[in-house]
Design a protein around this ligand. Structure first.
Ligand SMILES: [Zn+2]
Length: 135
């Protein structure tokens, strides 16, 4: 009977690393797709992605309270993608957000009258409608 109790002891030992591995697996299903020192632009990117149906979350966002324990570079917020199948769409959106601010010199079409308006104008010269970006 001494052998039995030894076995159950080994089983218990084996259990906890197994659970840790399962947790690790869940983390690996997500992917860090962007990091940035600016919390505001990070939130903006997250909002745009979510508006486009791309699930994501921000990590390290609220490290302000514990920042003293970490070098600043570690405390940069990170944007994590929840669904890897959306990676290319997410990266495309991030590229658009970070490289091309849509309010500068992009021609737009008035939603109300269909007039083509030059990018530097925020209002339609024809009907006064405001510019609306769908992205
Ligand atoms: Zn118009």
């Amino acid at each position: 009977m001494a052998g039995l109790s030894t076995n159950s002891g080994q089983l218990k030992k084996r259990c906890s690393p197994l659970n840790n591995r399962n947790l690790q697996l869940k983390v690996n299903l997500m992917k860090k797709i962007y990091t940035c020192e600016n919390n505001l632009s990070m939130n903006h990117i997250k909002n745009v992605l979510e508006n486009n149906g791309i699930g994501c979350l921000i990590r390290n966002e609220s490290l302000g309270s514990t920042a003293g324990e970490l070098p600043p570079i570690v405390a940069w917020p990170e944007l994590w993608l929840k669904d890897l199948s959306q990676e290319s769409a997410a990266l495309k959106l991030i590229h658009e957000i970070t490289t091309g601010p849509p309010e500068v010199n992009v021609d737009w079409e008035c939603e109300q009258c269909g007039e083509q308006i030059e990018g530097q104008f925020q209002l339609c010269w024809n009907c006064g409608g405001a510019v609306e970006f769908t992205a």
